[in-house]
Design a binder for this molecule. Structure first.
Ligand SMILES: C[S@@+](CC[C@H](N)C(=O)[O-])C[C@H]1O[C@@H](n2cnc3c(N)ncnc32)[C@H](O)[C@@H]1O
Length: 152
């Protein structure tokens, strides 16, 4: 799972972009506790279904409906932002909502291909690419802005 690349520690807060089934959110809840996990998806139906799936597991985490490019400012700051929907740039909202030292893990798409990138915010205003850790083929995604899906 990509979330392993986040190298999470107890008590950290994570924002997941792209709730989908809620599977990845459930893994994050198991690791960090539901209170430390926030997830957003652009698809209301998926969020409703994910909420049911998570409730069956006893997790009452915060799920939002909206464009993940805006993050979830009301629950920030986060120690990590994990995007399971691909982006063609890093939304500034993610940087603003990330703690200094925090990690963004996302599929960053190029013209014909994409790669998973792990970015560390190195101070309050800037971030830099720390490493490109994997690359993977593209697939189609339901969202408006995210044109390809990253596997959870
Ligand atoms: C690969 S799936 C995520 C799988 C999910 N993490 C899971 O564990 O099942 C990508 C998800 O990103 C969502 N998505 C696409 N564009 C989005 C956007 N702009 N904002 C929020 N979610 C988006 C899609 O609706 C889809 O559910």
């Amino acid at each position: 799972m990509d979330a392993y690349a986040l190298d999470l520690s107890d008590g950290q807060r994570v924002l997941e972009i792209g709730t989908g089934t809620g599977y990845n959110a459930a893994l994050l809840c198991h690791r960090l506790g539901a209170a430390n996990v926030v997830s957003i998806d652009i698809d209301l139906t998926l969020v409703d279904q994910a909420r049911e799936h998570l409730a069956e597991l006893g997790y009452a985490t915060l799920l939002e409906v909206g464009d993940g490019a805006d993050g979830v400012p009301g629950a920030a700051p986060y120690d990590a932002i994990l995007a399971t929907a691909a982006v063609d740039h890093i939304p500034h909202a993610w940087i603003e909502q990330l703690r200094p030292g925090g990690i963004i893990l996302t599929d960053l798409r190029g013209g014909f291909s994409g790669a998973m990138v792990r970015l560390r915010k190195i101070d309050g205003a800037r971030s830099r690419a720390a490493a490109t850790i994997t690359s993977q083929p593209s697939c189609r995604c339901a969202g408006r802005r995210a044109t390809r899906c990253a596997r959870a």
